[in-house]
Write a protein that binds this ligand. Structure first.
Ligand code: 8YV
Length: 314
């Protein structure tokens, strides 16, 4: 173990924590659990290990005068004040690429789970209700119209899978992608109006805050289903709850929420939603690959080598 001191922003999973502890002196969540001790070690902290959900403010960075690098184990880094890091010359890295397949798989799984009512069907069998009756009919996914909000690496992986389901795919993004065969629509509302399923996979942050609002949900309509595998912040959660309650949309399948790990009671009580606890990248294989890349970025930095996956702004 080197004497380099780093702080872990969250209760990191063993897959990252163990190799980190083998390589560095790791203070886990000290800023939250023991502020007094944190103040003592803060001047020596040279790196932050974070997850995609971590919030790393300019104020926190100010307390870490020796900070050199923030390594995020996640593709999303919307919780990091990248401008403040850049102004300080602090490097920021993330883990793009390695989780595309898993997040795309989960988007398909959520669509299918909602349309074919898998959670309800499972409860139905377990509760012994089958001999007494049958389930209400579900909805067909194959051949349905899919709108993808955000056509980056993961959006394209979703489109690939959806093509195999014979879905009719359209998308919205900052601009049309000439190399893709799918139809481009300039706004989320225009896309929603043409979609049975609207899947959100755009980065979080101020640029996309509440992009999916009451107007977009109204355009999706009473037969439409919203799927979110991006960030809770991209959806106006209040407007979503209202749309689900009024029948303005048919349902939703959500892996991410505004105030994780807290999920509004109203959503938890609804029958027309499927809810999962931010598990888009949560397979052993992918979390290992993410941890390896997050660690490799730290090691490259401290060895004076080029970073493997800096965020695009850096
Ligand atoms: C994880 C994520 O929840 O990659 C992201 O942006 O949100 C997720 O993969 C998390 O960052 C795992 O550490």
């Amino acid at each position: 173990m080197s004497d380099i001191e780093i702080i872990a922003m969250a209760n990191l999973q063993a897959v990252l924590l163990e190799p980190l502890q083998a390589a560095y002196a790791v203070h886990q969540r000290l800023h939250e659990t023991d502020p007094e001790k944190f103040r003592k070690v803060a001047p020596r902290i040279r790196a932050i290990a974070a997850t995609g959900e971590s919030s790393i403010s300019a104020e926190l960075m100010r307390q870490l005068p020796a900070l050199e690098i923030i390594s995020v184990m996640g593709v999303g880094y919307d919780g990091v004040d990248v401008a403040a890091a850049q102004a300080r010359g602090v490097a920021v890295t993330h883990t793009p690429g390695v989780l595309n397949d898993d997040v795309a798989d989960l988007a398909m799984a959520l669509m299918l789970a909602w349309a074919r009512q898998l959670p309800r069907a499972d409860r139905f069998v377990r509760a012994g209700q089958w001999p007494a009756g049958s389930m209400p009919l579900g909805r067909r996914v194959s051949g349905a119209r899919l709108g993808i909000v955000g056509m980056g690496r993961i959006g394209q992986a979703i489109a690939q899978r959806a093509s195999a389901f014979g879905m009719r795919i359209a998308y919205t993004a900052r601009s049309a992608k000439a190399d893709l065969p799918h139809r481009y629509l300039p706004t989320a509302a225009a896309l929603a109006a043409q979609s049975d399923f609207l899947v959100v996979i755009t980065p979080g942050g101020t640029g996309t805050r509440q992009l999916i609002d009451a107007e977009v949900l109204a355009a999706l309509g009473p037969q439409g289903c919203l799927v979110n595998v991006a960030r809770g912040s991209v959806i106006d959660e209040g407007a979503l709850i209202a749309a689900l309650e009024s029948g303005a949309i048919a349902g939703a399948a959500l892996d991410v929420f505004d105030n994780e790990p807290h999920v509004p009671q109203a959503l938890r009580e609804m029958d027309n939603v499927v809810l999962t606890p931010h598990i888009g990248s949560a397979t052993g294989e992918t979390r290992r690959a993410m941890a390896d890349l997050a660690l490799a970025n730290l090691q490259a930095h401290f060895a004076g080598n080029a970073l493997l996956s800096p965020v695009p702004e850096c």
